[in-house]
Design a protein around this ligand. Structure first.
Ligand code: AMP
Ligand code: MN
Ligand code: MN
Ligand code: MN
Length: 276
């Protein structure tokens, strides 16, 4: 089993259309796949159709932006019904404000010596409601303001950096409920990326469990190998099931490609076992 249950297409901030992400996952050896675009399920039918044509298992997915204790947390929903109206409405509300935020990012970057970034970022966007910091990062690389998308985040766009505009996303309780209403399972994405204190992490995981949350990502392209071990321990301590996904966005952008992560530690219960 090569499960890759986290990645992106042009429906959010990925480089390839859903059908092409499906082909790349299959070519990378993935046998169970989920496309998990940010705050949008518009690619789900295409992803499933091509996955099934290729004989690859498919779970419909989404990655919802949440604000918890003044920081952004991402919650992946797996095995959702992408036609669930409660989920679709919730995602639309979550996307609201992205366009205004992007204009504010553009104005801030202008003061930092990066002109025309909003118009520039829009050129990378398929869905104008889904403009993200990744699109700004790609514009900044193309126009020589950053060496890589990572560099653009480190120097400008990352949380708390000079080009960062704070934003209020959805509530954890709402995001988990929409996923549950769509028949899916909520998974805390890449916990190693959040700058919470140990006390805050315990509160986040405790609240997630109270809401019915049962799983976290352990092996993800957004974790270092040290973090695989750290969050495997967290999964053991809280009794979480574990998920695995590349968080692939674009060729040459992330740390790993589709299907190329190490396996989960063998004592952890994979979240996908319930659907096999
Ligand atoms: P947004 O939803 O507009 O805040 O953009 C968040 C996206 O930016 C994430 O989904 C990642 O694709 C990307 N991102 C966030 N932080 C970083 C980082 N430090 N390095 C590279 N990409 C990042
Ligand atoms: Mn992204
Ligand atoms: Mn994420
Ligand atoms: Mn992601």
């Amino acid at each position: 089993m090569n499960a890759d249950l986290h990645c992106h297409s042009t429906v959010s901030d990925g480089q390839f259309a859903p059908a092409d992400v499906a082909r790349r996952a299959h070519a990378g050896g993935v046998t169970l796949w989920a496309l998990t675009d940010h705050d949008e399920v518009g690619g789900q039918h295409e992803a499933r159709r091509v996955a099934e044509e290729l004989g690859m298992g498919y779970l419909a997915g989404v990655e919802i932006s949440v604000t918890w204790a003044s920081r952004t947390v991402h919650v992946v929903g797996l095995n959702i019904d992408p036609d669930c109206q409660a989920l679709i409405d919730g995602l639309e509300r979550t996307r609201n404000g992205r366009a205004a935020r992007a204009e504010a990012i553009g104005e801030l970057l202008e003061t930092l010596g990066v002109p025309n970034a909003y118009e520039g970022a829009l050129k990378y966007v398929s869905n104008p409601d889904m403009i993200s910091r990744t699109h700004f990062a790609r514009f900044m690389v193309e126009h020589g303001y950053a060496k890589s998308t990572q560099d653009a985040f480190t120097r400008f766009l990352g949380d708390g950096k000079p080009g960062y505009i704070a934003h209020r996303w959805s509530k954890l309780t709402d995001a988990v409920r929409w996923i549950q209403q769509a028949g899916g399972e909520a998974v805390i994405a890449h916990p190693g990326r959040y700058e919470y204190t140990p006390v805050e992490f315990d509160a986040l995981f405790g609240e997630f469990i109270e809401l019915g949350g049962k799983a976290i990502e352990v092996v993800t392209g957004s974790h270092t190998p040290d973090q695989y071990r750290e969050y495997a321990d967290v999964a053991r301590r809280f009794g979480f099931e574990a998920s695995r996904g590349s968080d692939f966005h674009a060729a040459g952008e992330g740390r790993v490609d589709l299907g190329s992560l190490p396996p989960l530690p063998s004592d952890l219960k994979p979240v996908w076992e319930r659907w096999l």
